[in-house]
Ligand binder design. Structure first.
Ligand code: NAP
Ligand code: GLV
Length: 306
């Protein structure tokens, strides 16, 4: 089996060494323009040139959970796409989101400001029941996040395309379930895949439905959020703040208003990183299953968009 590796922003050598160890029978090399046809590929944001030069690939194994960048390309219909399935990302996402929710709920920013002024102020505790958290997307990451939030006794709601059941979480589904889901929440966490249906889903209309003093945590994709609408609702006071890990343009341009907005906390697309060892082990196992003709977990449905 010939495996070609084509991953943007990724140092290839340690990945190639890992795949050599995990799949000693395979030939693994970094893709270069003009390289011979491979059987399968390990990819992250490959170019259209790569796809056009490798039309015989049977499958592409994405070293991330989101496949939006892949599905924007012109792909041969027979080429299978397999996404990363947790591989150590879910626990990172759970800690990132719980940290953001707790930081807001326990008013740590205000305490930090008091400390900077050497002021000893004990604030009246906020009421947990008044901070219901909603998780858009109850997939591999969203479900883990929803379960983690329940550990802190927040009321938790979840929204998915098809009906789901998660213990302790009030689950809503489909377009018809969205308004009720939104109005049930004060804190909104986005863990949807970016698809034609979910692009711009965090907009003036949807965010206005959150309870007053709402808080937005976007850890999925920047194109889910209409940035001007967020700024307007922060300005009007309907929203109290936001934690954003992903942006329409990455890296975030130096003059972007999010950098210095007092109600916005940003991080550089780091909420759940691809972990090399875990990912190599998972993808190697998937490649072996694929070779044997067995079902592979994490197969993407291009028609669905995720
Ligand atoms: P997943 O397992 O595919 O789960 C997606 C969830 O979204 C499912 O519950 C799905 O509903 C729901 N969904 C999809 N389209 C919907 C729609 N139109 N309406 C309602 N619900 C919809 O994905 P995942 O592994 O949890 O990852 C989610 C996303 O996180 C990725 O696509 C990626 O963009 C992002 N991500 C970001 C980072 C980061 O560092 N910031 C890291 C990893 C991933 P069903 O359950 O009905 O299918
Ligand atoms: C990261 O953003 C991923 O999709 O894995």
């Amino acid at each position: 089996m010939n495996i070609t590796f084509c991953c943007a922003h990724t140092q290839a050598d340690p990945w190639l060494a890992g795949f050599h160890m995990a799949l000693p029978h395979a030939h693994v090399s970094e893709w270069q323009p003009g390289a011979p046809q491979a059987d399968v590929a390990v990819v992250w944001q490959p170019s259209q040139q790569f796809i056009d030069e490798q039309p015989g690939l049977k499958a592409m194994f994405n070293i991330g959970a989101g496949v939006d960048a892949l599905l924007r390309l012109r792909l041969p219909a027979a080429m299978k796409i397999v996404r990363l399935d947790d591989a150590g990302m879910a626990v990172q996402m759970a800690e990132y989101v719980c940290h953001a929710v707790i930081r807001h709920f326990r008013e740590f920013d205000l305490y930090e400001a008091d400390v900077a002024k050497h002021q000893w102020v004990q604030r009246k505790p906020l009421v947990r029941g008044e901070f219901p958290v909603g998780v858009l997307g109850l997939g591999v990451l969203g479900e883990r996040v929803a379960r983690a939030l329940r550990q802190f006794d927040f009321p938790v709601h979840g929204w998915s395309r098809s009906p789901r059941s998660v213990e302790g979480v009030t689950c809503h589904a489909g377009q018809e379930g969205l308004p009720n889901f939104l109005s049930s929440c004060r804190v909104l966490v986005n863990l949807l895949p970016l698809t034609p249906e979910t692009r711009d889903i965090l907009n003036r209309e949807t965010l206005s439905r959150l309870q007053p003093g709402g808080y937005v945590i976007n850890v999925a994709r920047g194109a889910h959020l209409v940035e001007e609408d967020l700024l307007a609702l922060l300005g009007s006071g309907h929203l109290a703040g936001a934690t954003l890990d992903v942006f329409r343009t990455e890296p975030l341009p130096a003059d972007h208003p999010f950098w210095s907005h007092p109600k916005i906390t940003i991080t550089p697309h780091t909420s759940a990183r691809t972990l090399r060892e875990e990912s190599i082990a998972q993808i190697a196992a998937k490649i072996l299953a694929f070779e044997r003709g067995e079902a592979v977990v994490g197969m993407v449905d291009p028609a669905r968009g995720y």
